[in-house]
Structure formats: structure tokens, C-alpha cells
Write a protein that binds this ligand. Sequence first.
Ligand code: FES
Ligand code: FES
Length: 156
Amino acid sequence: MEITISVNGTDNTVDVEPRMLLVDVLRTRLGLTGTHIGCDTTSCGVCTVLLDGTPVKSCTLFAVQADGRAVKTVEGLKQNGDLHPIQAAFKEAHGLQCGYCTPAMMLVGSVLIEENPDPSEDDIRWAISGNLCRCTGYINIVKAIRLAAETVAASS
Ligand code: FES
Ligand code: FES
């Protein structure tokens, strides 16, 4: 099937088998390897992307379900060449170790601070509850998302 997906603001028309998963199209057909694969069974969240602004696990979605829709991956977070505040905050607060969960954590965090500019620790932990991290103990991830919210609030 031929489908067209807007990915990070650019329309991409690709010929896919109906059974192809969105994560595989992103990684192998579009070269966007910032979207990771972990469990492949909807548990770990490392494959999270934004579909029309909502976090979804791209290992659980057929690419054809994204036809005509907008996907944002971690590669699309940068704004005019600058790091998105959530990326800068993860760097500043050292919100990562191996980095495997990080793209998904940043995408989820970016949505949270857009929807809730002053998130509590509980709000942040709830927002990332579908995303597993096996390195950090989550403490610096929570700090990073909080820092990003503060940075955005201070600049607006
Ligand atoms: S790879 Fe998609 S949830 Fe784990
Ligand atoms: S930083 Fe390694 S899994 Fe989260």
C-alpha cells in the first residue's frame, strides 16, 4: 500500500506492506533511528513517538494507521536548530545514562509540559509511567522534565 505520513513536518510517501509496524517504517524506510525498539510488545515505551501530538507506542501501530497523519520523532524536537528545552534540560540535569529510553522520555516530557506548564513530581511520574528506564532510577529524568517546565515558564 502507498501511504503518506507527515514526519517531523515533511510528507513522506512510502510503499509498505499492510503488516508493517510504524516503528519499522520510521527506522528502516525513513532512517529515523532515534525511535528505538525494546520489548516489541507495548511494555517498555522506548518506541514512543507523537501521533498528531499524542504519545503512542510505534511498535503497536501499523504504519498504515498513520496514513495522512502527523508523526513527531525525537529528530523533530529541535527548534530552528536549537535544542528543545526538554533536550537541553536532559543534558543539564543528566537525565540519562545509556540513553536508550531517552528519546521517548523526552517526547513524553515535551507533551506533558505543553499540557501542564507546572507539573508536580507525581504528574511527571504519572506521565512517564508507560516508559521504562533501566539505568537512572528515574530521579534525574523527573528533575530534567521539571527543569524543562521551569525553563519554558521563565521564557514566556
Ligand atoms: S518496543 Fe514498543 S513498547 Fe517496547
Ligand atoms: S538511560 Fe538507560 S534505559 Fe534509561
